[in-house]
Design a protein around this ligand. Structure first.
Ligand code: NAP
Length: 789
């Protein structure tokens, strides 16, 4: 840290090392604090409005890296808390509890989106108020907070699947009290599931980090959540927090924080009939066996304890290393510690930021002193800490014994205690010798040992050493959609003189839209050079649509095959986001879809568009859930661990029905692709235009080129080609005319294609929305793994 780099780029650091041993240091890369617009003073967010505290009291919130004040924040007194709980109770009764899950979901999706859109502002504010490095708030806190809202939005209308056989009912007003280590993320953790299930909330952020919770309240206001559904009251835990937890109008208290306060709350609530969830402290064990990939383990250990300055409830603060590799691991850890950059949290290169508050810094110092006094050996890499602010260097202790306070008490800071063991049984015994049981990590090459350890270590979460490969995320790709209009004259531009007589003939003709194919993300004409007439029920010519040939169909299947692994390789969460984006884009083109459906003689154009959009949203929400509901672990006799994971089938052919040309197609396409299948869809023959518009939407969304291909043409020609294609894994025959079904059956037998169809021919039916529609196009893989040390 002491190395000051000058100018731009990388400069040799003033390390004092001989010439050839010089190290290089990064030039400062500070994020701009101008991104956030701080208010001088923040009020309480109650009943959808910003209100001053009744007693007029405020407190100052500061930047822990500089101790500079950031803003004045309202302190909620008993009367303010009472108003907030009453507002939440009223909103629960009248505006939220009985709102259909689908509608609640949309509010949560809006919040998720706003968090993504304003992510930079949230990240900078989080870092300013908490002291954590900007790269962590930017890459972890804010994206995860958005992901929580997105994930729970998806559950809001699927609760019967989350709790099969039970009818989940909301409880009422939830009092939610959160700590300062992940201020925004904790709000998301608490709010998203409570709101998704129909509860309303009064949230109390930690006193040292209220600002992102208040910015979230702003987002909630902008998302137009009904007033009172979320209320934010700020103030000290001992007063505001206690008033809230004890308020008789509260049905549930959800608390994350210290074990000490958890106990206070539990006692206070005993006998009140209120539900209580406590997420408390930890002293997690990281266990490294001699066969572990040591360099990988070092990164895991460093991340486990120095991420977020060690202010993590499940930080790996106790490291157990098998004796034979203890010296090696310690040396490598010391070398790695020396490379950690401690300092300005807003610098994008900073690894370890400021401790959140003075009290916490004193607690860390006191425990570290006790470690030295009790005989453990301390190591801290040389680093210059800023003069102002709350700072503590990354610290290692060796020669630690199980009785030392640093091995027993939660430090909640960047301090690691290293202990050793000889056998797996000893590792288990030592790891379990703690009053905490939050989490543990096991580093070994032996998968069976991970499972053996996982069975024995008393912790809620056990991480195996398997490292997930990070998949490249596709960058945003925008294909220029066709914007040409087929029908109707554009309104006359204002100010242009009306033409008269012969001049009227020269009035501008609208550019007509051609309905092309959609293959591999592009819009080619049919290679056959043929098209067919699309007519309205009254005989009007609407357009000429491409008449796909056998070769076009082959091209589409080839594009789907090539795109499928990439599409399936995205995280389920990412696929869900993309499907949701399709809904957003359709929403922006409602008028166009409605007009096309009206022209096609649809029975209820407006409703068809609305249900189609909502159907994307519904299936988007399943992307990261269906595996959880339909896969899982299986009971087996013997020392084996056995689990089932669904996998996409590959390329799926979909034949859209003639009727309901938009909703019929979307209802089969969404469940087919959400699990990672690619699709070749045939549009309704008499009404292909809504499908062509859908293709334009897909092209401007982030659906990878080729993951969905849409062909227009003559059903009787295309269906047999699709059914007979050897590289199509399944065919959805919902829209196949009855007279072609037998032929499809026969052709599909050749490569044992799976044949599926909608449970109900009417896509408006409730049965059109079911996670089973996803699984009919997935394979189930069962994995066996032995358990043994
Ligand atoms: P804390 O002192 O328990 O505070 C947590 C929250 O409770 C803050 O909002 C605090 O308000 C409030 N509070 C304090 N006293 C209260 C009372 N008597 N009644 C009602 N509310 C009260 O904990 P912290 O120091 O902020 O956080 C660190 C602790 O949280 C660590 O022990 C850590 O392990 C734990 N934690 C656990 C998890 C988990 O998921 N298990 C996650 C994160 C953190 P003020 O800020 O105004 O004091």
């Amino acid at each position: 840290m002491g190395e000051e780099a000058r100018g731009s780029g990388i400069q040799p650091g003033a390390t004092g090392l001989p010439e050839q041993g010089r190290r290089f240091a990064y030039a400062p890369a500070p994020e701009s604090r101008e991104i956030v617009r701080l208010r001088e003073r923040y009020d309480l967010f109650v009943d959808g409005r910003w209100v001053e505290p009744k007693a007029g009291r405020t407190f100052t919130t500061i930047d822990p890296a500089t101790e500079e004040p950031l803003a004045e924040v309202a302190e909620a007194g008993e009367e303010d808390v009472d108003l907030a709980v009453r507002a939440a109770a009223e909103a629960y009764e009248t505006r939220w509890r009985d709102l259909p899950g689908k509608e609640r979901a949309k509010y949560l999706f809006r919040i998720a989106r706003a968090l993504q859109e304003r992510s930079r502002e949230f990240a900078v504010l989080e870092t300013l108020n908490n002291g954590k490095p900007i790269k962590e708030s930017r890459d972890v806190d804010v994206p995860l907070a958005a992901a929580h809202f997105f994930y729970h939005a998806g559950w809001a209308d699927k609760l019967e699947y989350a709790f099969p056989g039970r009818r989940p009912r909301p409880l009422g007003v939830a009092a939610q009290i959160v700590p300062w280590n992940f201020p925004l993320l904790m709000c998301a953790w608490k709010l998203a599931p409570a709101l998704a299930t129909g509860n309303t909330a009064v949230l109390k952020p930690a006193s040292t980090t209220p600002l992102t919770a208040l910015l979230l309240a702003e987002v909630i206001e902008e998302a137009e959540l009904p007033p009172g559904v979320v209320n934010v009251v700020t103030g000290p835990g001992g007063r505001t927090g206690e008033y809230l937890a004890r308020h008789p109008g509260v049905a549930k208290v959800a608390f994350t924080g210290s074990t000490a306060v958890g106990k206070v709350l539990r006692r206070a609530l005993a006998g009140s009939g209120k539900r209580l969830t406590l997420e408390l402290g930890g002293k997690a064990a990281n266990i490294v066996f001699e066969d572990a990939p040591i360099d990988q383990a070092i990164e895991g250990i460093v991340n486990g304890i120095f991420f977020n300055q060690g202010e993590v409830c499940c930080a790996g603060s106790r490291l157990f290393v098998q004796e034979s590799v203890a010296d090696l691991v310690t040396e490598k850890l010391k070398a790695r510690l020396a490379t950690l950059r401690v300092g300005d949290p807003l610098d994008k290169n900073t690894d370890v930021g400021a401790i959140n508050n003075r009290g916490q810094l004193e607690k860390i110092r006191e425990l570290v002193r006790s470690g030295v006094e009790e005989g453990a050996e301390i190591y801290q890499p040389p680093c210059e800490l800023p003069e102002r602010g709350f700072w503590f260097p990354p610290t290692l202790f060796t020669n630690v014994s199980m009785s030392h306070r640093i091995a027993r008490e939660e430090i909640f800071g960047p301090v690691l205690s290293i202990l050793t063991f000889r056998t797996p049984a000893e590792a288990v015994e030592k790891a379990n010798n703690t009053e905490y049981g939050l989490s543990a990590g096991v580093w070994t090459e032996k998968g069976s040992r991970i499972l053996w350890m996982a069975e024995r270590v008393k912790a809620g979460v056990v991480w195996g050493e398997h490292v997930q490969p990070v998949r490249p995320v596709r960058t945003l790709r925008r294909v220029q959609g066709e914007r040409l209009r087929a029908r109707g004259r554009p309104p006359r531009p204002r100010g242009l003189p009306r033409s008269r007589g012969r001049e009227a003939v020269s009035e501008r003709l609208p550019v007509r839209r051609t309905a092309k194919l959609f293959i591999g993300g592009a819009f080619p004409r049919s290679e056959s050079g043929r098209s067919y007439e699309v007519l309205a029920p009254d005989g009007r010519l609407l357009a000429h649509a491409a008449r796909a040939s056998r070769k076009d169909l082959r091209d589409a299947v080839r594009a789907a095959r090539a795109a499928q692994p990439g599409w399936a390789g995205l995280t389920a969460y990412h696929r869900g986001q993309i499907l949701y984006r399709v809904a957003e884009l359709m929403e922006g083109r409602r008028g166009q879809f409605e007009a096309e459906l009206a022209d096609a003689g649809s029975r209820d154009p407006r409703r068809e568009v609305e249900v189609a959009i909502d159907r994307w949203v519904w299936y988007a929400g399943w992307a990261d859930k269906f595996a959880q509901v339909l896969g899982g672990t299986n009971p087996v006799a013997g020392p084996y661990f056995n689990f089932t994971v669904p996998e996409p089938m590959g390329v799926v052919g979909i034949v859209a029905p003639r009727e309901d040309p938009l909703l019929g197609l979307v209802s089969r396409l969404a469940p087919a692709i959400v699990s990672g299948n690619a699709a070749v869809a045939l549009a309704s023959e008499p009404a292909p235009l809504p499908a062509v518009s859908l293709a334009e939407v897909l092209a401007t969304s982030d659906v990878p080129p080729g993951a969905v291909n849409i062909l227009t043409g003559l059903t009787a020609e295309l269906v047999p080609w699709l059914a007979g294609h050897m590289d199509v894994n399944a065919i959805d025959v919902t829209g196949v005319p009855a007279d072609l079904l037998a032929q499809v059956d026969e052709l599909a037998t050749e490569n044992m294609k799976r044949i599926v169809r909608a449970p109900d021919a009417d896509p408006f039916s409730e049965r059109a929305e079911s996670p089973y529609e996803i699984t009919v196009l997935t394979e189930f893989k069962t994995v066996w793994h032995p358990i043994g040390a």
